[in-house]
Ligand binder design. Structure first.
Ligand SMILES: Cc1cc2nc3c(=O)[nH]c(=O)nc-3n(C[C@H](O)[C@H](O)[C@H](O)COP(=O)(O)OP(=O)(O)OC[C@H]3O[C@@H](n4cnc5c(N)ncnc54)[C@H](O)[C@@H]3O)c2cc1C
Length: 503
């Protein structure tokens, strides 16, 4: 018999950990959330500079299919978002693509709307048409375990090449999406991750690429009111608690406590991990309990990617056509984005100068540079897209280096990712990198996995109601039909030639 009010320890205060904590606290569990850093938020944390300016670890968009996050926002009764925004893409040659707000245009069966309404400035029709054969892979990849096994050992670049995507379409469209969506170039991304990510953000339904942003830092606009709600529900959030190990009972199969820092122990009837890949690897390196399990030792095979986030204040107003912009072709393996914060953030709408956030993904080569070396590179690249940046003066700036910050969905990595359950009977996993079948990505996935972990806790203790998790919107009927036919044909072929071909 477990304790009357089960004690749950959640480790890591990003979207996943906060999601699990909020739900369990609101169901009457005794929940303690331990966070290594000085503030909750994880990769989305924000803080103030010495000069009192708000900064954050990269700007975060909330795409149309983030149904669970939007539902949380309604539940909290807050109004943090901008309207849906348009976006542009730039290369060193200038403006390449403008995206409309897809939900405002007549709805077409997917992916027609995405291809017809996106305004490509230079990409010839023949290149766009070369994406058509790829539709087979989109149909075949249904986010099942079998589909991940089939596509995960192939690189995204090989997939696009094998399906006949033209070099220009790959370099000008697919690779930039991979650099921004999976933080790595195509030759370093799993084809499974590429198909899953592209389907969720772009291909499943016409409006999916529509995006809103917070009208300030996510920390201020969402996490602050959310933390108040967590505390009101009875949850305890403790910062500066770096977890280093778990204590086990005499059988070794059940966790009894969580060790933080220099040996502070938090008793636990159940534990939810909600840390990123590099966070869990650090814990495994120092934890004899986790080292005793193969699945945790195997996590050391996973990789993570460096990110750089900069915020620049310029001395004059510069006209930036759209608030969010993605850029490609400036460095072979680095993608970057820039955002007009005068347009997005309430705090800067009346600012006399321009405030820009510029984030670089797969930014390995930039991390060793000093701020003085990075800033001219950022200004030069901005000026390549919008020439008025060349003459402007940077009057303030903030540079945030995020080494090994985001998961590297490398080819062959799927076999090492953990599902929500573990071989410990009372330890569950959550976070944007674990495997689940929901189909979402990034912040939405992190939040959903937190709710899934909370539901597994509720299943074990039988106390309280499970969180309602909204599924991703169903596939459109023609996609459903194509998938059913494909699965039937696949079923026949494996019945006649089981395990003959490589998956
Ligand atoms: C620059 C950038 C831009 C991005 N843009 C977008 C975007 O536009 N839209 C989007 O949806 N997503 C975006 N993402 C991805 C998004 O940030 C993540 O998917 C999401 O925040 C992951 O949440 P999480 O809860 O899984 O993990 P995290 O946010 O990584 O949280 C894990 C927490 O665990 C803590 N922790 C680690 N080790 C320990 C320990 N030993 N003890 C205690 N605590 C520990 C960490 O300090 C951290 O707070 C972006 C990411 C970056 C870096």
């Amino acid at each position: 018999m477990e304790a009357q009010t089960p004690k749950i320890v959640v480790i890591g205060a990003g979207w996943a950990g906060l999601g699990a904590t909020y739900h369990l606290a609101s169901q009457g569990y005794n929940v303690t959330l331990l966070e290594a850093g000085s503030a909750p938020g994880g990769l989305v944390a924000g803080w103030k500079t010495a000069g009192g300016r708000a900064v954050e670890a990269g700007i975060h968009g909330f795409w149309y299919p983030y149904r669970n996050i939007f539902s949380l926002i309604r539940k909290l009764g807050i109004n943090p978002f901008t309207p849906f925004t348009r976006s542009s893409q730039y290369s060193p040659a200038g403006l390449e693509v403008e995206s409309p707000i897809f939900q405002d245009l007549p709805q077409l069966p997917t992916p027609l709307g995405t291809f017809l309404y996106t305004q490509f400035k230079r990409l010839p029709l023949i290149d766009r048409l070369s994406a058509l054969p790829l539709l087979y892979a989109v149909i075949d990849f249904d986010n099942s375990d079998a589909a991940w096994q089939r596509y995960d050992s192939v690189t995204a670049r090989e997939l696009f090449k094998d399906f006949g995507v033209s070099a220009r379409l790959y370099h000008n469209s697919f690779e930039p999406m991979l650099l921004v969506g999976l933080f790595a170039p195509g030759e370093q991304c799993s084809a499974a991750a590429a198909l899953g990510m592209l389907y969720f953000f772009i291909l499943a339904h016409q409006p999916d690429f529509d995006v809103v942003w917070c009208r300030g830092t996510v920390g201020e606009m969402i996490f602050r009111p959310w933390l108040l709600a967590i505390e009101q529900a009875g949850g305890q959030v403790l910062t500066h608690r770096r977890v280093s190990d778990l204590t086990l009972d005499s059988t070794g199969s059940k966790v009894t406590g969580v060790v933080s820092g220099e040996g502070e122990v938090f008793d636990a009837d159940a534990v939810i991990f909600a840390v990123g890949v590099s966070g869990i690897q650090k814990i495994v390196s120092g934890s004899s309990s986790l080292q005793s399990r193969k699945e945790f030792r195997d996590l050391m095979n996973l990789g993570a990617v460096d990110v750089l986030a900069t915020r620049l204040w310029f001395d004059r107003k510069i006209d930036i056509p759209h608030p969010s912009n993605a850029c490609f072709g400036f460095n072979p393996t680095t993608g970057w984005t820039f955002f007009d914060l005068n347009a997005l953030h309430d705090e800067y709408c009346n600012e006399p100068g321009t405030v820009v956030e510029t984030d670089f993904y797969h930014a390995n080569q930039f991390l060793p540079l000093s701020d003085e070396q990075i800033l001219p590179i950022v200004q030069r690249d901005l000026a390549t897209c919008i020439p008025a940046f060349r003459e402007a003066k940077v009057i303030d700036s903030n540079v945030i280096r995020l080494p090994r910050a985001v998961t590297h969905f490398a080819p062959g990595s799927y076999q090492y990712l953990l599902p929500g359950t573990t071989s410990f009977e009372n330890v569950w996993m959550s976070g944007d990198w674990i495997t689940n079948r929901h189909g979402s990505w990034s912040q939405e996935k992190a939040y959903v996995t937190g709710l899934e972990a909370a539901n597994l806790v509720i299943e074990r203790f039988g106390h309280g109601s499970k969180a309602q998790i909204l599924p991703v919107e169903p596939d459109e009927p023609h996609i459903q039909l194509a998938r059913t036919i494909n699965q039937t044909v696949r079923g026949w072929s494996t019945a006649f030639l089981p395990n003959f071909w490589l998956p």
